[in-house]
Design a protein around this ligand. Structure first.
Ligand SMILES: [Ca+2]
Ligand SMILES: [Ca+2]
Length: 198
């Protein structure tokens, strides 16, 4: 009977673990955590257990921390502080993430023009997105697992925007997965030994 209870507790624990690991995570690039990226070409941090690296290109361009999120500044092509023409903002993850959606700001869909952007996941083909309101806010649905990299560009001179946030299911670092696994095994072995000694 005690064996049965132990087995039940163990399987209940195993069942309870995945939802905890799969809680929705919002990476907010407008938050103070990312303000240190300002003025650098590359910036790395750990955000809620997710290893995030931001990069600007071309060479000599820098990341810009705006109230609305992250943009790119290229001093030799004075447009503005957002992701504009000839510029690329790259987001790298240290382990593949399940990305649900991406939120952009300052992408206006006014009367005269409709701003656009393009993104590429894991080096794949660029996909366009279009402003749909005067607010400048746009959320793009992604729903893709194993995302290691997303690149953002602006296809035309009139297009520019800031990367505001990403909604994802955080995939823990491989190292912590291994630790978690050995921890469970170690615990099970100890329980087995204790039982034998009783
Ligand atoms: Ca710019
Ligand atoms: Ca704009």
């Amino acid at each position: 009977m005690r064996k049965l209870v132990a087995a039940w507790v163990f399987s209940a624990m195993a069942l309870a673990l995945p939802p905890t690991a799969k809680a929705a995570t919002i990476l907010d690039f407008s938050s103070a955590l990312y303000s240190a990226a300002n003025g650098s070409g590359s910036f790395s941090t750990i955000d809620q257990g997710v290893g995030v690296n931001l990069q600007s290109s071309p060479f000599l361009s820098t990341l810009n921390h705006l109230p609305q999120g992250i943009g790119v500044n290229f001093p030799f092509f004075p447009d503005d502080t957002e992701v504009g023409a000839f510029e690329t903002l790259t987001v790298n993850f240290s382990s593949g993430q399940f990305v649900h959606s991406i939120s952009l700001r300052l992408l206006f869909g006014g009367r005269d023009e409709q701003e656009q952007g393009i993104y590429s996941i894991n080096g794949g083909a660029f996909v366009p997105f279009f402003a749909n309101s005067d607010s400048g806010d746009l959320t793009v649905l992604i729903d893709q697992p194993e995302v290691n990299q997303i690149r953002f560009q602006a296809p035309r001179l009139v297009d520019d925007y800031a990367l505001n946030s990403m909604d994802l299911t955080a995939v823990p670092e491989p190292a912590s997965m291994i630790l978690l696994g050995t921890g469970l095994l170690f615990g099970a072995r100890r329980r087995y030994k204790m039982k034998r000694q009783q």
